[in-house]
Design a protein around this ligand. Sequence first.
Ligand SMILES: Nc1ncnc2c1ncn2[C@@H]1O[C@H](COP(=O)(O)OP(=O)(O)OP(=O)(O)O)[C@@H](O)[C@H]1O
Ligand SMILES: [Mg+2]
Length: 377
Amino acid sequence: MNKVDKLTVLYHGRRVGQMALAQNRIAAFEYDKDWLSDGFSISPFSLPLEKKVFMPKFDPFEGLFGVFADSLPDGWGRLLVDRLLRKKNMDPAAVGVLTRLAIVGKSGMGALTYEPVLGFADVQEELSYDVIARECQKLLQEEQTDELDFLFAKGGSSGGARPKILTSIEETPWIIKFPSTYDRKNIGEQEYRYALCAKKCGIDMSDVKLFPSGICSGYFGTKRFDYKDGVKGGQRIHMVSVSGLLETSHRIPNLDYDVLMKLTLKLTRDMEECKKLFRLMCFNVFAHNRDDHSKNFSFIYDEAEKRWMLSPAYDLTYSESIGGEHATTIHGEGKSPGMSDILEVAKMIGLNAKWASAEGEKIRYIVNLDLKEYLMK
Ligand SMILES: Nc1ncnc2c1ncn2[C@@H]1O[C@H](COP(=O)(O)OP(=O)(O)OP(=O)(O)O)[C@@H](O)[C@H]1O
Ligand SMILES: [Mg+2]
């Protein structure tokens, strides 16, 4: 396989810019001339729309800017890519990030695509969800599966740690998640119930579904919000995670909701977006979703309106994080945050205190009612 040291970045087929390996270890980036005149900044803090060569630091994304690191697969997808490389007698450690982006090609999350594309494995077969779940377990536990090509084709570009596939249901792109080895068997049902409850709390979420199974209580699926109207072949929507925007690893718990609020206001210039984040924070606190790391928040760019918005919420489950504390602290409190910490965050960003208190109490009430069985443990 050829080593890639230069890549073109595209958005809806238009050239955004070029990346090239510099100093043999970092990927310098430059916007295209045409993009500079009528495009938008793909990551406003580190890549403002300016004519210059941008040089990333090596850490934390192995010499990539965060917005491009977002296009790379995470835990599960990376495992699949590395297994496939080994199957082809290649050393994963020797495959650099630009080559990995070329493997992603057009199949990543969000709207950015990369050329050249390194086609890797294409499959036509379909497998049932129960078979997929079984093969994922085999790969995780026994380190082998006969369906590696299938799993890679379906999930090799996905983000997140858990096994998942990117698939189409009646021409609409969905993500379907499968249990990891450390998950309870009924994690799919739990994520589904969490999503329904979040919606009831007024949190913006994409459509969700519990797909039937013969071996567990179902698989959680969510319609992709990075496609306009959820239609495949329709326009893809640019998105970037907080991790990507702030050039910080999601494995390091260095965020606070105070920072997230300021970031949201700075990027969207809209207090309504801060209200959306406020609801999500309340939900995460009361529903014990402590894995609220910087890749579990994203922003999407509306090109027609030329504005950034908080993306719909995702990945809401009962979870612990490092040391059992929130990955994102609530006005400094990670271990046992409560309403007073929540209200401090609201005050800091300038949300109306009465509104915040009523909204917080409403969310606490709904969560305690609907998710009782998970929270009693
Ligand atoms: N409905 C959706 N539409 C578009 N993108 C989504 C959607 N849901 C999740 N994503 C993207 O997919 C990634 C992985 O999803 P998710 O966070 O649910 O997986 P996970 O494996 O449980 O993650 P984690 O590693 O945080 O436990 C997210 O970081 C986000 O970028
Ligand atoms: Mg996640």
